[in-house]
Design a protein around this ligand. Structure first.
Ligand SMILES: Cc1cc2nc3c(=O)[nH]c(=O)nc-3n(C[C@H](O)[C@H](O)[C@H](O)COP(=O)(O)OP(=O)(O)OC[C@H]3O[C@@H](n4cnc5c(N)ncnc54)[C@H](O)[C@@H]3O)c2cc1C
Length: 816
């Protein structure tokens, strides 16, 4: 269309005409929306899409991401027939190889996960792989998996087909038209400004690929991504090459092989990538190639030639290097931004944009239509990002690792090696001296476990018991038998203050926060459907002030959720005080002895009951002590002004020796909390799980004055009964380990999957939490303790099931 036809108003403006933008336009139109405008600064596909290798795989690292990729495959299969535009889609299947036991375990676990939604994944022996791919030398291969419904497609043709499908349903697509600014009123987007005029819009969707970070930063929206060089080589005249050969992935040698119009395309996911475009992406960049560095690609190429010996007789037709955007956690960014209503993002595709585009277009369109994601999409939700993450030094360092992680073994507890040390507790150096092995979470360095003297605080990864297992078990036992010290400074902390604070907060919380100062309330924040948006504690500090404490991962999301529910004119102010306060937790039966030995305040049960909070004297500080627990023992969380942290810590440690104080890390915390079946938001509870399904009905105050968001939906569910329920499982056998995504079997049917798993050192086996559904779609009734089995890497293991926590079901250890 010519710029003269540019409308002045649209319901949705999509910025960017790559495969992602075109898929969003296609799905919005297919949903029946009209008034959709897509703007592309150059030509459709001219950013990254035009040079995608074309792999369309479906199995990802999690259930929801696999479902999105699976839908993409289904869409592409029918797109040519629907639009009349050739797509080059071919369902040739895919093979993934394992040359190590760890990789084989990963593939088998993924094959088990795929069963949850019926994706056929076959585990193969080397001779079966050979039958499907005779060109490969399999001497070092111990096995692999085959996915018959995987395939490949031509990315340009797929994009054109999506664009054609969108146009046919009324979308207007403009090329050579650049969006120069996003217009907004501080709370919501209002439209876009282009180099040819303005368009008012209700929604703007940023699908600008590697340009998105800067475009979003201009309006205060956080979209951390950075381009990296990405390589492949085309071999011609490869003896024995056939068009129906499956796509081959050799993860352990960072390469993939794909039939490409009579040639063999060999692509790389090398461990140390080269970031690109640090000084900005040239304005005229379109259908661009990068010179690249052949010597950087060469080691992968040499391995590839060992894998496919026929390549030695073939010729290199093209050495290609192009830019693709990568993100700090190798997960893409989707959804409505935390900062600006109506501003949606679909960017940062980490080299899986073609195989994700269908699912992304669908869920983003439904998200726009319904005002919420159609399924739990937290792992890719753009609101998980924190403002500091658009720092370019941080991004450059991290994305050099991100690219390789696509093909690296996804070891449990695997830690990033780059961009470390971004956020540190003031105790960091002291904890390091105590032996802490730090993990990175949301930029924070957090002790995951402590190495005893003489042991290096370093991970040795495997799918079995890793090197820290026994050290963490000691920490766990120390907490259960004496007292453990946790640095939980990464907790997100907000203050809500003002005359209307109680009224505003009580509408957002499902529990009742109209309580006396000093009381701590455990509560969920719900959406209109009764789904859990946040899981946190609220402490009333005074008549007009509250302290809200939540997990580190939801800092932006939770702040924004509450902020959006403060209606204009309400007398209350929300402040993020995370940086101002450290948190030290002392947890265990001797926590009271320890605290009492250091403070003149009375911390007896009578003077300081469970779920209350007081300011006490400790070291030279005034510390807010909150009697609450996430580990299932007597204990206090101590909220300490940052500059007093070291003094408080030093006194706790020196007095702690008499009480058996032990430093404990996040792995022990996770083991302790899962035994007690304490839920973790993002895994066990999400925006699609309700408190009734999650067994958190005790925290719902149905009849409080003014009601609360989500109450009507919950009331309906209370009437009709829950179709799924969160159950705690313990494997009968002490050996196998649960992580997440393992299928739950009841007889011959899969009835759910494990949301989170960890070894329970007091219960003596792996413990997991997962929802079970009734096979006939009816409300779930009684849960028999021996009804279930959990599948781990293809083997079904009997499990004990319970609705009440297996550890201390009567809370006797907490309320003492
Ligand atoms: C070598 C290589 C191989 C790959 N192989 C595969 C593969 O096999 N399978 C797979 O799934 N993925 C693959 N990918 C990744 C895939 O190509 C990308 O993930 C995907 O193309 C990203 O699509 P996009 O729409 O987000 O970005 P883009 O295609 O870059 O589209 C963004 C568009 O936005 C436009 N734009 C930006 N700013 C503005 C503005 N201000 N106004 C208007 N327009 C704007 C740009 O011009 C651009 O056209 C590969 C990538 C590379 C580099």
């Amino acid at each position: 269309m010519s710029a003269a036809d540019l409308p002045t108003r649209a319901r949705v403006v999509i910025v960017g005409g790559g495969v992602i933008g075109c898929s969003v336009a296609y799905h919005l139109c297919k949903m029946g929306w009209n008034d959709i405008v897509l703007l592309e600064r150059k030509t459709l596909t001219s950013g990254t899409t035009w040079h995608a290798a074309g792999l369309v795989g479906q199995l990802r690292q999690s259930i929801n991401m696999t479902q999105l990729a699976r839908y993409t495959g289904e869409l592409y299969r029918g797109l040519e027939a629907e639009t009349g535009q050739a797509t080059g889609y071919r369902q040739c299947g895919s093979l993934s190889l394992a040359t190590t036991a760890g990789r084989m375990e990963e593939l088998k676990r993924n094959a088990s996960m795929a069963k949850v939604f019926g994706l056929e994944v076959n585990v193969l022996a080397p001779r079966e792989i050979h039958a499907l791919y005779p060109l490969a030398d399999l001497a070092d291969v111990i096995g692999g998996i085959h996915i018959p419904s995987d395939g490949y497609a031509n990315a340009v043709d797929i994009t054109q087909a999506l664009a054609k499908g969108a146009r046919a349903r009324g979308a207007l697509i403009f090329q050579d038209l650049k969006v120069t600014a996003i217009q907004h009123d501080g709370r919501r987007v209002r439209g876009v400004q282009t180099d040819r005029g303005c368009i008012d819009a209700d929604y703007v969707v940023l699908c600008g690929g590697m340009w998105t970070r800067d475009l979003a930063a201009g309006i205060g929206v956080t979209v951390p991504l950075h381009a990296c060089e990405h390589y492949y080589v085309l071999f011609q005249d490869v003896p024995g090459l056939k068009p129906d050969m499956p796509v081959l992935r050799d993860y352990d040698h960072c390469s993939y092989f794909k039939y490409d119009a009579g040639k063999l395309l060999v692509g790389a996911f090398e461990p140390h990538a080269r970031p690109w475009g640090a000084d900005g992406i040239p304005d005229d960049f379109a259908f661009g190639e990068i010179a690249g560095d052949f010597s950087h690609f060469e080691p992968v190429l040499l391995d590839a030639m060992r894998r496919i010996p026929a390549l030695e007789q073939a010729g290199i037709q093209k050495f290609f290097c192009g830019p693709e955007s990568f993100t700090p956690d190798v997960r893409y960014h989707l959804g409505e931004s935390a900062e600006l209503g109506g501003c949606f993002v679909a960017a940062g595709l980490n080299s899986i944009g073609l195989q994700s585009a269908g699912g992304i277009g669908k869920v983003v369109s439904e998200w726009i239509r319904d005002g919420h994601p159609p399924v739990d999409l937290w792992e890719v939700d753009v609101r998980r990002n924190l403002p500091f993450q658009i720092n370019r030094k941080y991004l450059r360092a991290r994305v050099s690792e991100s690219l390789g992680l696509l093909y690296a073994t996804h070891w449990p507890f695997r830690q990033y090696e780059t961009a470390r040390g971004a956020r540190k507790s003031t105790l960091h150096d002291r904890l390091a001296r105590a032996g802490a092995c730090f993990g990175e979470a949301f930029g924070w360095e957090r002790p995951n476990w402590y190495a005893p003297a003489g042991i290096a605080p370093r991970y040795e990864y495997s799918y079995g018991r890793q090197n820290w297992f026994e050290h963490s078990a000691q920490e766990h036992r120390g907490v259960r038998s004496a007292v453990g010290l946790f640095d939980q400074s990464s907790f997100t902390k907000f203050r809500l203050e003002g005359a209307d604070a109680e009224r505003v907060l009580n509408r957002v919380c499902a529990n009742d926060v109209a309580v006396a100062p000093g009381k701590i309330i455990y509560t969920q924040w719900l959406n209109d459907r009764g789904g859990i948006e946040a899981d946190l504690t609220v402490t009333r500090l005074s008549e007009s002030a509250y302290l809200i404490v939540s997990g580190a991962e939801t800092e932006s999301k939770d702040f924004n959720w509450l902020q959006r529910h403060i209606e204009p004119g309400a007398h209350c102010v929300l402040t993020n005080v995370t940086s101002g306060m450290g948190v030290l937790s002392v947890m265990g039966p001797r926590a009271r002895d320890l605290l009492q030995s250091l403070t003149p305040n009375d911390v007896s049960d009578a003077a300081f009951p469970f779920a209350t909070s007081q300011v006490i004297e400790l070291a030279f500080a005034l510390v807010r002590a909150s009697r609450i627990t996430y580990v299932g023992e007597l204990g206090w969380e101590l909220y300490v002004p940052t500059e007093f942290m070291q003094g408080v810590y030093d006194e706790l440690v020196s007095a702690g020796a008499a009480c058996g104080l032990i430093h404990a890390g996040y792995h022990a915390l996770n083991s302790l909390r899962i035994e007690k079946a304490y839920r973790h938001w993002g895994h066990d509870i999400t925006d699609e799980d309700t408190p009734l399904e999650a067994g958190l009905g005790f925290a719902v105050k149905w009849d409080k004055a003014g009601g609360f968001i989500g109450r009507e939906a919950l009331l309906r569910q209370r009437q009709s009964g829950c179709r799924k329920r969160l159950v705690q499982f313990k494997l009968t056998h002490p050996e196998p380990l649960l992580y997440h995504n393992e299928p739950i079997w009841q007889g011959d049917a899969i009835v759910g999957f494990i949301r989170s798993g960890m070894y329970g050192h007091s219960l003596g086996a792996a413990v997991g939490l997962g929802y079970v559904t009734a096979a006939n779609g009816a409300a779930v009734g009684d849960i028999g303790p021996n009804d279930y089995e959990i599948e781990v890497a293809g083997v079904r293991h009997p499990a004990v099931a319970a609705l009440r926590p297996m550890y201390d079901p009567k809370n006797e250890r907490i309320k003492c």
